[in-house]
Design a protein around this ligand. Sequence first.
Ligand SMILES: Cc1cc2nc3c(=O)[nH]c(=O)nc-3n(C[C@H](O)[C@H](O)[C@H](O)COP(=O)(O)OP(=O)(O)OC[C@H]3O[C@@H](n4cnc5c(N)ncnc54)[C@H](O)[C@@H]3O)c2cc1C
Length: 168
Amino acid sequence: MKTMRTSVGIVGAGPAGLMLGHLLHRAGIDSIIIENRPEDYVIERVRAGVLEQSTVDLMVESGVGSRLQREGMFHDGIYLNVFGKRRRIDMAELTGRRITVYGQNEVVKRLAGWAALLAAPTLIASWYGMNFHHMPELDKPYAYPVLITLTISVCVGLFILLRRAKWL
Ligand SMILES: Cc1cc2nc3c(=O)[nH]c(=O)nc-3n(C[C@H](O)[C@H](O)[C@H](O)COP(=O)(O)OP(=O)(O)OC[C@H]3O[C@@H](n4cnc5c(N)ncnc54)[C@H](O)[C@@H]3O)c2cc1C
């Protein structure tokens, strides 16, 4: 059996699990998310379409909200018909908050995309934190420049791939 070490184990790659993993990563705490359904199911299942302001704020503050800000549809009021008279309730003016129409599967893609992107440098950094007795590359003069270049190249390559697939 393969053994993996992590500080936090998260069960379920729904929006809650993915956001928790993202926030832990930002706080410098590594985590592993375990999901028992296939990727297609997790990404494609259609559920929430309306995000509340606090969810949008959290996504923007934690750096995964740029596409949502570009592509989300913002609703800042509703109309009520009372005895044939149409009245607008301006939520934004009354409360300073609004709701955003944006698919939950898009939220899951953004969070999973960033998790995939950040996994590469995290994995490399964790190798160096393992205190092996013998690390052959430490004797080589160009080991660190090569490693840093490789890490940046992997991150840029992944970013381009994920961007093309519209996961970022
Ligand atoms: C039809 C519908 C419409 C909705 N509309 C809205 C809306 O407009 N706005 C809104 O805010 N919310 C809406 N919701 C609610 C929203 O979808 C949920 O609040 C949200 O999905 C909860 O996220 P979660 O990560 O807690 O759980 P989930 O999204 O359910 O994710 C849990 C994950 O854990 C996995 N899992 C479960 N057990 C295990 C296990 N033992 N091992 C490994 N993995 C496991 C599951 O496969 C799943 O992927 C709607 C829900 C439905 C069903």
